[in-house]
Ligand binder design. Structure first.
Ligand code: 4NP
Length: 150
């Protein structure tokens, strides 16, 4: 079983979308995919209604997901940790205990634009168009993640 974790700040907008998108591209008997937030603002909450809506528009149901905070144990539980932006990257790396932990962490858009360290923009304070844009970015990145693994 290959284990993949998607990480953003709140675990209600970007990373649940990334989780749902990647799950739709990989077989659940071989890949375990989860998401978490570096902050604990929304513990136990379902994804933002705008993330649920854009996922539904593309045929995915993420309404059952529940937010949780990233913990140091996630370095042991997962093989790959994809973060959405530079700030998530710094927050996750600040918990890394060794080089093995550090090497698991990658900015997700580096799959599409290698070494550019582009952020998936936080859509929380914007409108619906931000969620559509984030969906498309994550779909592109997750297509490459799935291709690289299969
Ligand atoms: P996310 O978006 O990191 O993509 O889940 C956010 C959700 C909530 C907040 C910030 C970003 N917040 O400040 O509550």
């Amino acid at each position: 079983m290959v284990k993949i974790l998607m990480v953003c700040l709140g675990n209600i907008c970007r990373s649940p979308l990334a989780e749902g998108i990647l799950k739709s591209k990989l077989a659940s008997n071989s890949y375990f995919i989860d998401s978490a937030g570096t902050a604990n603002y929304h513990h136990g909450k379902q994804p933002d209604s705008r993330s649920i809506a854009v996922a539904r528009k593309y045929g995915l149901d993420i309404s059952h997901l529940k937010a949780r905070q990233f913990t140091v144990d996630d370095f042991d539980a997962f093989d790959f940790i994809y973060v959405m932006d530079e700030s998530n990257y710094q927050n996750v790396l600040s918990l890394a205990r060794n080089e093995n932990d550090t090497q698991k962490v990658c900015m997700i858009l580096n799959l599409v634009y290698p070494n550019q360290n582009y952020d998936v923009p936080d859509p929380y304070y914007g409108g619906d168009e931000g969620f559509e844009k984030v969906y498309k970015m994550l779909d592109e990145a997750c297509t490459i993640i799935a291709e690289n693994l299969s």
